[in-house]
Design a protein around this ligand. Sequence first.
Ligand code: TMP
Ligand code: MG
Length: 328
Amino acid sequence: MFSDIFRSRIIETTIGIGTVVFVSVLTFQFLKKPRKISRIIDTMEALKKSNVHIKNRDHVEEVVSQFIKDGPSKLQVISDFDHTLTRIHLNGKQCTTTYGILDQGPFCTDEFKEKSKSLFNHYHPIEVDPNLSRAEKVPYMLEWYTKSVLLMPTSGISKSSVPEMVETSNVCLRDGCDAVFELLHKKNVPLLIFSAGVGDMLKQVLQKKNLLLPNIKIIANFLRFDEKDKLLGFKDELIHTFNKNKGSIKNSDYFETLKTRNNVILLGDSLGDLDMAAGVQNLNSILKIGFLNYKIEESLQEYMDNFDIVLTDDQTMDVAFVLLQSIL
Ligand code: TMP
Ligand code: MG
C-alpha cells in the first residue's frame, strides 16, 4: 500500500520534471537567435561536388560577397594557360601543353621530337614533385626551359606551320571555357593570360575558337623566327614556371591601367601561378582558384593552404563560371 503511493509519487514527479524540461527546450528554441542564413557559396551547386576542396569557407564567402557588392567594374581576372584553361585529359588520353604542340606530328625533325620528349619525361616529374620546395625546383625549371629553347633551331619548324600544328594537336580548352570568356567579354572584365607556355600556340588555340577577344591580354613566350621563317627560339626574356611575377611583365603598363580594379580572381594549376597577381596595384581582395592535376593526394594539403578553392581532376570551368555569374 505504502509502496504503491510512493511509486505513483515518483511517476508524478518524473512527469512533472519531463514537462518542465520539454517546455524549457521549446522556449529556448523559440527565443534563441534565428539561424544564420546559409552562405552564398553554399547555394552554388558547382561548389558542392566532391572534387571541390575549400579550407576556409568563411573566407571564400567573405571575398565572394565583397566581389558581388563591388560588381564588374572592380574586377580583373588573371589566369595561367596550360592545364589551367586547357584540359589534362580527354577520352582517356593526356592532352598536351603549348610546348607539346611543337613536338607533335610531322612538323618537326625526329631528333627534336625525341629530345623534347625526353626533357619532358625528366623535368615534368620534378615540376610536380610535392616533396621538393619551390627553391629546389627553380634551377631545374630554368634548366628545362633553357634546354628546350636551345633545341628549337634544330626543330625544322616554320612559322607557316603554326596554324596546322595547333589544328592537329590535342590541346583542348576546358569545358565551359568559352562561356567564361564570353561572359568576361560581355561585362568588360579584363582577362590577363599569363603563361610560361608558347604564346604563338596559345593565341592560335584561342583564335581557332574565336576567343581572342579584345578584353584579353597575353603575356607568354613568343617565338622568334629567322628571315626564312625557321624557328630560332623565343623573342624575349624567358618566362618559366616560377618567375610569373611582375618581373616578367616589366615595360608593361597593364596593371597601371587597371589600378581601379582591385578585386582579382586568379586561376592556376601550379604553385608558381600564385605570383601572377604580384603586379596588381592597390589589391583589395583576391580569390585564388587552383586546379590540382598531378600527385593529387600528396599535394592536396599544400594546394589547400595556398589556393582558396582547389579543384581536383576537374576538366571544366564550372566553378569559375558559377562564381563569375553571381559576381557579374
Ligand atoms: P603555363 O605557365 O601556361 O602552365 O605553361 C608552362 C607549362 O608547360 C608548364 O607546366 C611546363 C610545361 N612545359 C612542357 O610541357 N614542355 C616543355 O618543354 C616546357 C619547357 C614546359
Ligand atoms: Mg599551367
